[in-house]
Write a protein that binds this ligand. Structure first.
Ligand SMILES: [Mn+2]
Length: 401
């Protein structure tokens, strides 16, 4: 499978090219995607020349003293078993190897994984090395691998979808643990602890992103993350969270009543959000963009809010809904999105996350599912995570006597 991915990348590279991918911190997701190895300080070299393609993986040489203090380094055999790359070499030979290709093999293009569209002060290894090679060899063309790998990552293969499914299952079980334990006068971080214990116990090394647990007013803040306040009787708690499994992310939001019962008003708002979630699910299919899906979402939210008199025209919706309904997810929770590939294709995994944030009533509700785009529509990967107010109340009441 990693070999298939490397071959895809080399097929997309021009003839007479080298591709250099550092397992630097900034680029390690793409390195992982092509090797299955989640380590810093390795280099993947892809060669496409004279109709042939070849991969070499450069790793750190065994070093007993270093390993005594810092833990075992990956051996050549382990690296080869994980990645399927037969040609494993040591980092100290990397530069000589590249120079040999440049001198003797008529290489014209040098590809780096240049993904940074930011002017931050810390340069990635790829940016630094691309500049260095470009200065030393002005006749070489410096090319970007990032859009090639990114385009591939936007359509998940079977293995990736299976890992995301597993991550979602862990999240489901974590949310059910939360519903069992949720009650007034818990702190938000205690609710977070119940969830994170549950996912780790199931084998998720870490959450996909810092857990958001916002009760009452805090649920109306989009990136609330301090999780330090009390959950009061009568509050809703908004939980935006996800387990990570073998490098793949889930991203789910559910909103629960702290005491096990929604008020009539909370239900009224909740059901508008749920309608938007369902409308987006029904609309999602290949050929649309996430902007199209957000328009579907906005239409439902606006008409719902007009019906209950909270707004009077659709352009007031921005007061209560201010984000997009979908993003890609995968190795990153906000996964690579190559603009030229904006139309959804089968194999894309995206979020479906409408919300309403009524600050003046301390009601923040978001219902987020993960969708797999199929040939003619979508599959809700998180369909088994309870989402109607009836299901949630019935489940919670079993544990709130
Ligand atoms: Mn999301």
């Amino acid at each position: 499978m990693y070999e298939t991915r490397r071959q895809y990348v080399m097929d997309a590279m021009k003839e007479h090219s080298l591709g250099i991918i550092y397992a630097d911190r900034e680029v390690c997701r793409n390195f992982f995607y092509l090797t299955g190895i989640e380590r810093a300080g390795m280099i993947l070299l892809l060669v496409k020349n004279n109709g042939q393609s070849h991969a070499t993986l450069f790793i750190q040489k065994p070093d007993p003293l270093y390993e005594k203090w810092n833990g075992k380094l990956m051996t050549a055999k382990e690296a080869s078993d994980l990645s399927g790359i037969e040609d494993i070499a040591y980092l100290e030979d990397f530069e000589a190897t590249v120079l040999r290709y440049l001198e003797r093999s008529g290489i014209e293009n040098l590809y780096f994984n240049l993904d940074e569209f930011s002017l931050s002060h810390t340069e990635s290894m790829s940016t630094r090395e691309a500049k260095r090679f470009g200065e030393h060899f002005p006749a070489l063309h410096i090319e970007n691998l990032y859009p090639i790998i990114g385009t591939a990552r936007m359509q998940k293969d079977e293995d990736e979808v299976a890992k995301i499914r597993k991550a979602i299952l862990m999240t489901k079980n974590g949310l059910e643990a939360v519903m069992k334990h949720l009650r007034p006068n818990l702190y938000e971080y205690q609710v977070q602890a119940v969830y994170e214990y549950a996912i780790k116990y199931q084998g998720s090394i870490k959450p996909s992103f810092p857990t958001i647990a916002g009760a009452g007013y805090n649920g109306t803040m989009l990136h609330y993350g301090t999780n330090r306040d009390l959950c009061h009787d009568g509050d809703l708690i908004l939980l935006d969270l996800g387990a990570m499994y073998e490098g793949y992310c889930s991203d789910i939001t559910r909103t629960y009543p702290v005491n096990g019962h929604f008020t009539e008003r909370q239900k009224q708002i909740y059901d508008i959000v749920l309608q938007a979630n369902e409308a987006v699910r029904k609309a999602a299919r290949p050929g649309l963009t996430t902007i199209d899906l957000n328009n579907v979402c906005k239409e439902v939210l606006a008409s719902g809010l007009m019906e209950i008199g909270l707004i009077h025209s659709a352009d007031e919706l921005g007061k209560y809904y201010m984000h997009g309904v979908s993003h890609h997810l995968g190795l990153d929770v906000h996964d690579v999105t190559i603009a030229s590939n904006a139309l959804l294709k089968p194999g894309a995994v995206i979020s479906n996350e409408p919300g309403l944030y009524i600050e003046e009533e301390a009601i923040g509700i978001r219902i987020e599912d993960d969708l797999l785009i199929t040939e003619d529509g979508c599959e809700v990967l998180s369909k088994d995570i309870m989402r109607t107010t009836e299901e949630i109340e019935a489940f919670m009441q079993k544990y709130h006597s």
